[in-house]
Design a protein around this ligand. Structure first.
Ligand SMILES: NC(=O)c1ccc[n+]([C@@H]2O[C@H](COP(=O)([O-])OP(=O)(O)OC[C@H]3O[C@@H](n4cnc5c(N)ncnc54)[C@H](OP(=O)(O)O)[C@@H]3O)[C@@H](O)[C@H]2O)c1
Length: 373
């Protein structure tokens, strides 16, 4: 038997007339075609889309240069500390950078102080005189959320823009927060819900206040299963993430309905970044997961984080952004491009489920967010 793996023996590729380089090139091209083909098939077979955003006029090309002046406005971005690491940087970092560049007084908040302070230094080096600071916040720990909200309330009278951006993708085995909640649910959904509830008085004092909830096109694959909301019985890191992103989308819509019904004067808007190269996968399921392999072998699918941040920035700042709307990249399958209307999974418009989710989160988070009716 001939060993073709090394030494001086002819490789399989050479023996078949292919150089190693073209073997790798054709292999990568084949993988890409399969991936794109698979993506199209998944996209074509995705669960029903709500008709709500169909027929709306196309959004004219919009970039960060179109952000209006935000002088005199205040903004909070959760997870804004993802400073560049190699070729990755968090979407929140770019949200914070552009909000600060437009003149807003920006607070970024997340767990790691060192990375937060690095992001502040980096933003100040790009925008001299930027009004930006870092605060420690662990969304997965309710006492940390309460402490953070208390500090915010003690230090200011109002808040104009809240970007609920921070998020984790789960690791391969189930983890729980300090409060005993599944970690992805605790961070992405419950933590942001409680934070928004506790900041409601500040937001209500804001200038045309907005809350932006960052979801994902993976919300199409999510489900809200009240009998196993935290995947105790059947944990899967992908499902934990998808469910949390569907939940956040539903919370965005439910908050808008409640804001109108109760006269809060706050616009609640959802956005998703398509797919962007960040720390989400490396910090989550890691390089050996499906998502990690996509990172490694199909980098062309991932847009730069500065572009991925645009739908969120549009939702947070554009005078044209609609309360209760959902924005994402306008390119093929919503993976990349400039801000456009995002497809809404039909299930995200289920008001009964949204209402029950809201009250369930109020109970789990021990907050009263406001009552309807
Ligand atoms: N990248 C994509 O392709 C993609 C696609 C769809 C949706 N999204 C969404 O975009 C948002 C940003 O993600 P990203 O891609 O920029 O990922 P990222 O680079 O990993 O950034 C995540 C941010 O969340 C913070 N964070 C994590 N756990 C936290 C906690 N317990 N408390 C407070 N902050 C916490 C992190 O800071 P610390 O580690 O310091 O806490 C970091 O700043 C997420 O909501 C994600 O679901 C991303």
């Amino acid at each position: 038997m001939t060993d073709t793996r090394g030494g001086n023996g002819p490789s399989k590729a050479k023996a078949s007339g292919l150089s190693r380089r073209s073997f790798v090139r054709y292999g990568a091209a084949g993988l890409a075609v399969a991936a794109v083909g698979g993506g199209v098939a998944v996209w074509a077979n995705r669960p029903p889309v709500s008709p709500r955003q169909q027929g709306l006029p196309r959004i004219p090309d919009w970039t960060a240069a179109d952000i209006p002046s935000l002088r005199g406005r205040s903004a909070l971005v959760t997870g804004g500390n993802g400073y560049p690491v190699g070729d990755r940087s968090g979407l929140g970092f770019h949200d914070a950078l552009e909000l600060a560049r437009a003149g807003a007084d920006v607070t970024i908040a997340s767990r790691k102080q060192e990375r937060g302070e690095e992001a502040v230094r980096h933003i100040r080096s790009i925008v001299p005189g930027a009004s930006i600071r870092f605060e420690t916040l662990d969304l997965s720990y309710l006492a940390s959320v309460a402490g953070f909200a208390e500090r915010m309330r003690a230090s200011r009278g109002s808040l104009d823009i809240l970007v609920n951006n921070a998020g984790v993708m789960g690791r391969k085995s189930r983890e729980v927060s300090a409060n005993g909640f599944e970690r992805v649910f605790a961070t992405n959904t419950l933590g942001h819900f409680v934070l928004t509830a506790l900041l409601l008085p500040l937001l209500r004092e804001g200038q045309s206040p907005r809350v932006v909830w960052v979801s994902s096109s993976r919300s199409f694959m999510g489900a809200i299963n009240f009998t196993d909301l935290q995947l105790v019985q059947d944990y899967d890191y992908g499902a934990a993430y998808d469910n949390s992103k569907l939940a956040n989308l539903m919370l965005a819509f439910e908050m808008q309905r409640r804001s109108v019904a109760e006269g809060w004067g706050i616009s609640s808007i959802a956005a998703h970044p398509g797919i962007a190269r960040t720390n989400l996968v490396p910090d989550g399921p890691g390089p050996d997961s499906l998502e990690g392999r996509n990172h490694r072998y199909m980098p062309f699918l991932f847009q730069p984080p500065a572009q991925g941040a645009l739908p969120t920035l549009y939702a947070a700042t554009s005078p044209q952004a609609a309360a209760g709307g959902y924005y994402g990249p306008n390119g093929a399958m919503g993976l990349g491009g400039l801000p456009g209307w995002a497809g809404i999974p039909e299930k995200a418009d289920d008001q009964q489920v949204a209402g029950r989710l809201w009250t369930t989160l109020e109970q789990l988070g021990d907050v009263t967010f406001g009552r309807m009716g």
